[in-house]
Design a protein around this ligand. Structure first.
Ligand code: ADP
Ligand code: MG
Length: 357
């Protein structure tokens, strides 16, 4: 009851928008379920409305799944707003030609996703420049790279912990869905189109076809085959903590986050084809990262060796964290909160000037 009442009150006082309020700019992305544009407000409705500068907004025109995405974004805004891109408004647009279309509007957070940043040869130093106010003139090397990667991981896990504590599993965590927010100088999660809200059973049955196989944990089909379909909202609210513990569905996101950690540490695994090949190798090793390491280390390229060296720093706490995230059994994977408490994040790094830590 609380949640719905609060949602209702919040709606009353928040500015709402309609189709004519927006002018579309450059296309930022196009998937099977929607098109994303940079956008601006056409007129300045009132001084109380933020986001009035040109290109301040991002607009997604979504198919029927947009309804779930609006629900998730409104939940996030109330419960863990720092985890995801700032959501402005979402509504159903009934244009006679195309049928129902959902419009979702966010604040434009910045131009780069973690994917874009990882494609650069400069990574992770290009990120250091963005998260640190004044980059000190330190020698480049493993220690410094590790500190930057550590900061990114901490921000990512912090955002993820917010979602999971709210009862939301994202299910499509990948570098393309992590945006660098220039305003807060932190990474935020985007694209809640495949997310599930377990407390109220919204979208409880996973849409497997939405999942990205490159980052999906091996149990990708388990939730839908082992759990009954979502009960109606009030019942689900009472039941869900139990379901949550039975399946630990949040650990699905942890596996994906582990693969991102891996790609940050190993430059040779950042391309799609390398990741797909890695997934095949790991499967052959029964998802045992230590076994994978044994199989590749003897004839490892210099890229691969450098990754192991980075994760082996400080007694191997990075490798330890990685192996506690990328495990076959969901129940054996560490939680987002547990990962944040891992010794890997204890050591005071070089990024003493970094914000928000
Ligand atoms: P899709 O369903 O197409 O994957 P996303 O929500 O992931 O939709 O958005 C597609 C792309 O648009 C993202 O990869 C990112 O580059 C850009 N984008 C999305 N939201 C924002 C935002 N709030 N600020 C800046 N760019 C964004
Ligand atoms: Mg996306």
């Amino acid at each position: 009851f609380d949640m719905f009442f609060l949602a209702f009150v919040e709606r009353l006082f928040r500015p709402t928008f309609k189709k004519d309020d927006f002018v579309l700019g450059k296309k930022l992305g196009e998937g099977a379920f929607g098109v994303v544009y940079r956008a601006s407000l056409t007129k300045k409705p009132s001084s109380k409305v933020p986001y009035q500068k040109e290109g301040d907004l991002v607009l997604k025109k979504a198919t029927e799944y947009g309804a779930v995405e609006i629900w998730m974004n409104e939940r996030v805004r109330r419960a863990c707003s720092n985890s995801c891109a700032d959501f402005v408004h979402g509504f159903l647009e009934n244009s006679s030609k195309k049928g129902a279309e959902y419009w979702l509007i966010w604040r434009y957070e910045g131009e780069a996703t973690l994917y874009d940043l990882m494609q650069s040869k400069e990574f992770p130093y290009n990120v250091e420049r963005m998260i640190v106010k004044e980059v000190q003139d330190l020698p480049r090397g493993l220690e410094r790279e590790n500190t930057i990667i550590q900061t990114i991981m901490r921000q990512l896990l912090f955002a993820l912990d917010g979602l999971h504590s709210t009862g939301i599993v994202h299910r499509d965590i990948k570098p393309q869905n992590i945006i660098f927010s220039e305003g807060s100088r932190t990474f935020k999660i985007i694209d809640l189109g495949a997310a599930a809200d377990l407390r109220v059973g919204i979208n409880y049955i996973p849409k497997e076809f939405l999942l990205d196989p490159r980052y999906a944990a091996p149990e990708q089909y388990i939730m839908s085959t082992q759990t009954p379909s979502a009960p109606s909202a009030p019942v689900a609210t009472a039941l869900s903590p139990v379901l949550w513990q039975m399946n630990l569905p949040d650990r699905f996101d942890i596996y994906s986050t582990g693969l991102i950690f891996l790609q940050m540490a190993f430059s040779g695994l950042r391309s799609d084809s390398a990741l797909i090949q890695f997934n095949r190798q790991l499967k052959r090793c029964d998802y045992d990262l230590n076994a994978w390491r044994k199989s590749v280390e003897p004839r490892a390229s210099s890229d691969l060796r450098k990754g192991f060296e980075l994760l082996d720093l400080d007694g191997g706490i990075g490798w330890e964290l990685l192996t506690s995230m990328v495990r076959y059994k969901a129940g054996q994977r560490i939680s987002a909160k547990g990962a944040l408490a891992n010794p890997y994040f204890d050591r005071e790094g070089l990024l003493v000037l970094s914000l928000m830590q």
